[in-house]
Design a protein around this ligand. Structure first.
Ligand SMILES: [Zn+2]
Length: 168
């Protein structure tokens, strides 16, 4: 059975930056494999395209350029804002505005999003709204653990049930 739409695919993978020898981002090795329904948009399109047609036991190694993954780095998504907007009861909470911190923010419409503190000045801070992986080329190495037909309920819910998926 090969990987094609509406199959439940489980893979072990290691994600590194740029090349197979690049900095480790994450790996399923030593944990549960990743299980997902193929062809319903759950994964990055290039990732699915590279796995298409493989079967259990096959290995893979491929790169995905940043533009096709989490996007290129956008300089205009770094915004300078006055520090006082982060005050609670007239004070900025201790440790909140430190470089690298993720700030939970809410826009005028009540949508929640995150920005990373990129620079701290005297009166202002620069907040970076790029995805943390923006501008990073991805490289995946791994192997296919299993391929099976998705059950009707899984297709209906849009996620995998059982091992590596939802337990309900
Ligand atoms: Zn479900």
């Amino acid at each position: 059975m090969v990987i094609e739409p509406n199959k439940v695919v489980s893979v072990h993978y290691t994600l590194t930056e740029g090349t197979a020898e690049g900095q480790l981002v994450e790996s399923t090795q030593g944990n549960e494999p990743l299980a997902f329904i193929f062809g319903i948009g759950a994964m990055i399109p290039d990732f699915e395209q590279q796995l298409s047609g493989l079967k259990a036991g096959d290995t893979f190694a491929f790169g995905i350029p940043a533009a096709n993954a989490y996007g290129v780095y956008d300089e205009t998504a770094v915004v300078e804002v006055p520090k006082h907007i982060f005050e609670t009861d007239g004070k900025i909470p201790e440790g909140l505005l430190e470089i690298g911190n993720m700030l939970p923010l809410t826009d005028q419409d009540g949508n929640h999003f995150q920005g990373m503190v990129a620079f701290v000045g005297l009166e202002t801070v620069k907040v970076d709204f790029n995805h943390p992986m923006a501008g990073v080329d991805l490289f995946f190495t791994g192997n296919v653990e299993g391929v099976r037909d998705a059950e009707a309920a899984e297709l209906e819910h849009g996620h995998v049930h059982g091992a590596g998926g939802h337990q309900h």
